[in-house]
Write a protein that binds this ligand. Structure first.
Ligand SMILES: Cc1cc2nc3c(=O)[nH]c(=O)nc-3n(C[C@H](O)[C@H](O)[C@H](O)COP(=O)(O)O)c2cc1C
Length: 172
């Protein structure tokens, strides 16, 4: 069972040239993490390997963002987006992530690879209120309807600005 971690307001900031890399099997179980992934997570490599990737999930992240990410990568496409992660000590760090499927010779998805870079500060300050609104909508809707409610907030915003999520992510 996952240990409950109390989130703190201590932020770790990615350095300009950092790349946080991790790999999972097709079910999201971590199979690889580079040294910077291990450093930011605060866990040991032994603790990370074999764990679900949600081990670094931050409670401020809306569920609907991960639903969008999984729907995208499971359909064989790449996902780009901003994610707030939580370290083992409860601290947090923002990343701009790219997640892509790994295929075998028969085009079957055998796993996923994620490479994260340092996001721009302005992008974080723009996406944070969007995520807050999505999370509020999810909580208000209750567990069963959370994903639909959070997604609706994002869809409304995208319709208003006439963009897709990926475009939005790159425009921030
Ligand atoms: C390659 C890969 C990288 C991922 N990276 C992260 C990540 O950095 N942070 C995160 O919270 N979830 C990440 N996820 C998504 C998690 O698997 C999970 O869906 C998410 O944390 C939500 O957890 P939950 O479904 O238990 O709510 C990643 C998934 C994959 C396949």
């Amino acid at each position: 069972m996952k240990r409950a971690i109390e989130p703190t307001s201590i932020e770790r900031t990615m350095r300009e040239n950092d790349f946080i890399v991790s790999k999972t099997n097709a079910k999201g179980i971590i199979t690889y993490g580079n040294p910077i992934f291990i450093e930011f997570s605060g866990y040991t490599e032994a603790e990370l390997l074999g764990s679900q990737h949600n081990i670094i999930r931050h409670p401020d992240m809306p569920r609907s963002v991960f639903k969008l990410a999984w729907d995208t990568i499971q359909s064989g496409k790449e996902f780009f987006g901003y994610v707030k992660n939580m370290s083992k000590d409860g601290g947090f760090y923002w990343v701009f992530t790219h997640i892509a499927p790994d295929f075998d010779a028969n085009r079957q998805i055998v796993g996923f690879t994620s490479v994260r870079r340092c996001p721009r500060r302005e992008a974080i300050s723009k996406i944070e209120p969007v995520y807050r609104e999505m999370l509020q909508a999810e909580r208000a809707a209750g567990a069963r309807d959370a994903i639909a409610a959070g997604t609706q907030v994002l869809v409304d915003l995208l319709n208003k600005s006439g963009t897709g999520y990926e475009e939005l992510a790159f425009s921030l």
